[in-house]
Design a protein around this ligand. Structure first.
Ligand code: ADP
Length: 615
């Protein structure tokens, strides 16, 4: 026998589960059954593809037994099993590094949403909510030795050699006070029907029954329907069936937001069943996210860790792809190059996107979807050139004239007759953006501007460039206002050229250029980026992402020729006051944009000098 300590993150996870999942303790059984089903899937695959397993007798099943007096519950499968190494690796550490990172982020003592836990598949460890001690007896298919893993979930576990005639895993829970209610036929029957009805292997429940003479006898009943739900015709399935199946594959407690079931019968035969969850999974933005789609070939499970089954921007979609045309022993490495799969994949993406377009007609439901998944969807604009047009119909933005989100096509309908571009402003804070001086002219001319406050907008929208034939123009850039200038405004600009030159001299090392601007009405100045330069926020973002040695790219200062301060500056003789005010006009414009100024103490000194003069 050998004793082992759990890796620290396992201890952390155990505590977390035990304290946050009490109201959902029944899910331990769903997790055990889904692990058993995965183990059967893995062995089934080997018996179909691997010569050394082909002769093996494979009787896939899951058996559940309980004993109320002894306070035990046993879940047994005839699947792939685990050897000593597997037991240490799978039940003593957390393999999924996404989960590890998630745990590290959690602060001790903070309450977490039970839903969040559900999403990362608490798996095996949830049994410690209902059991004092757990024994896992397992023999790996194709190996002779069996092992017994034993733990009370309190920091360590033991492993010893043991006897077991057949391959597979048998998990015995010694139920605690919280768990004793599960040593009950109706309880188990209910839970299995609720969460595991469509597990494609039979689940047998063994129980004792009394007849009318009080004579007890042992009985066995199959409790699940054991059919691959995705293969059934759509008209035989109800929302309830779809929702139940979703919960077995997603580890989510909630129903999905939307479900998409397709039987394709053309040159290729395949079935897809996709779900859009209500909430984004916690690992959505982690590099090592867990893909949500499983691949089957003729109902045989092939893989659930292929990130290429759907493009990464659709990584929030859960579900199943089952193809009749792929060979069973398709190598997992070669999957990505497989033409059948490529066709299924591209049809699937089109189908999902077109369903989303339909979903978008239900404003409330779509907003629920969009709030959760707008960022990955925007990644799609960048990644998926072939579907860009559809994606452009799916993205929504906040706007200066509308409440909530608006689509580009609605913006287009509201455009002024002579308006040539769709205008947008980018930055990280919606409130700052709404009050930015850059919007003054647009407000005055009653032109709508989209408010883009997701970091990713700054990268994606300029790359897209156009909606239909209309240019997308950032008001943070110098030339955005050019096409809106009137003849009068052009004249005014000309008139203050000498002032502009004098200001440019003062700010020669801070700005690229000083310009007269027509875009301002209430504010005296603003800063913008030159046509092909990154905006100030973008520079900030790039620095935050570690590109610290990026050279400073200077902004352009725009001043408002009709503003009283600017008008008075034109005739100001005192050079030192002129310099102070010019610098202050630049510095306040930086601050309003949310950009740090280089020398705050110099700024304060200047401000004080001007205040003193005014008093
Ligand atoms: P997950 O199922 O999300 O990977 P779990 O904590 O539920 O996480 O299980 C950890 C691992 O232990 C599984 O990935 C699997 O490799 C192994 N395992 C659990 N139960 C069984 C079983 N009944 N048969 C074979 N392997 C199992």
């Amino acid at each position: 026998m050998s004793k082992h300590k759990f890796k620290t993150e396992v201890n952390q996870l155990l505590q977390l589960i035990i304290h946050s999942l009490y109201s959902h303790k029944e899910i331990f059984l769903r997790e055990l059954v889904s692990n058993a089903s995965d183990a059967l899937d893995k062995l089934k695959y080997l018996t179909l593809t691997d010569e050394s397993f082909k002769k093996m007798k494979f009787d896939p099943r899951i058996d559940i037994e309980f004993d109320k007096d002894k306070k035990t519950l046993v879940v047994k499968d005839t699947g792939i099993g685990m050897n000593e190494e597997d037991l240490v690796e799978n039940l003593g550490t957390i393999a999924n590094s996404g989960t590890k990172k998630f745990l590290q982020q959690l602060k001790p003592g903070t309450a977490i949403d039970a839903n969040l836990i559900g999403q990362f598949g608490v798996g095996f460890y949830s049994i410690f909510m209902v059991a004092d001690t757990v024994e896992v007896l397992s023999r790996k298919a194709g190996e002779d030795k069996a092992f017994l893993w034993k733990s009370s979930g309190k920091g360590d576990y033991e492993i010893a050699e043991a006897e077991q005639a057949l391959n597979g895993t048998s998990i015995t829970l010694h139920l605690n006070d919280e768990g004793i209610e599960f040593a009950n036929k109706w309880e188990i029957d209910n839970i299995i029907k609720k969460y595991s009805n469509h597990i494609p292997f039979p689940i047998f429940l063994h129980f004792e029954e009394e007849d009318k003479d009080k004579k007890k006898s042992r009985k066995t009943e199959q409790v699940n329907s054991a059919s691959a739900i995705w293969k059934k015709p759509k008209n035989e399935l109800k929302d309830k069936d779809y929702n139940e199946f979703y919960k077995t594959i997603s580890h989510d407690y909630d129903d999905p937001l939307h479900c998409i079931h397709t039987h394709a019968e053309g040159t290729l035969q395949y079935t897809t069943l996709f779900y859009i969850p209500k909430k984004a999974p916690f690992d959505l933005f982690q590099v090592e996210y867990k893909p949500g789609v499983k691949l089957y070939v003729k109902r045989v499970f092939i893989t659930d860790d292929d990130k290429e089954l759907l493009p990464s921007y659709l990584r929030f979609v859960k579900g199943i792809i089952d193809s009749d045309d792929l060979p069973l022993n398709v190598s997992r490495e070669l999957l990505q190059k497989n033409r059948v799969l490529a066709t299924i994949k591209s049809a699937s993406v089109k189908k999902i996107l077109s369903e989303l377009v339909t979903l978008s007609t239900d404003k409330k439901k779509y907003e629920e979807f969009y709030t959760e998944f707008r960022k990955p969807l925007k990644e799609g604009l960048y990644q998926d050139f072939a579907n860009r047009e559809t994606l452009l119909e799916l993205v929504r933005f906040k706007s200066t004239t509308e409440t909530g989100y608006t689509s580009l096509s609605d913006y287009k309908l509201r455009m002024k007759p002579d308006q040539k571009a769709i205008y947008y402003i980018t930055g990280e804070n919606e409130n700052n953006l709404r009050h930015s001086p850059l919007l003054e002219m647009y407000k005055q001319k009653e032109i709508e501007v989209l408010i883009l406050d997701d970091e990713i907008d700054e990268i994606v929208v300029p790359a897209v460039g156009k909606y239909k034939d209309i240019e997308l123009k950032s008001v943070n850039r110098s030339d955005a206002a050019q096409d809106l200038k009137t003849e009068d405004e052009k004249k005014t600009e000309k008139e203050i050229e000498p002032l502009i030159k004098r200001m440019a001299k003062v700010l020669s090392s801070e700005v690229k250029e000083v310009k007269a601007s027509v875009r301002l009405s209430d504010s005296p100045s603003c800063i913008v980026a030159d046509e092909n330069d990154p905006t100030m926020q973008m520079q900030h973002l790039m620095k935050a992402m570690g590109q610290g040695n990026l050279p400073d790219i200077k902004p352009i200062l725009e001043v408002n020729p009709t503003h009283p301060i600017v008008k008075k500056l034109e005739t100001l003789k005192d050079d030192s006051v002129f310099e102070d005010i010019t610098r202050l006009l630049f510095e306040q414009a930086m601050l309003i944009e949310g950009v740090q100024i280089k020398d705050p103490s110099e700024f304060a000194k200047r401000l004080n000098r001007i205040m003193e003069g005014a008093l």
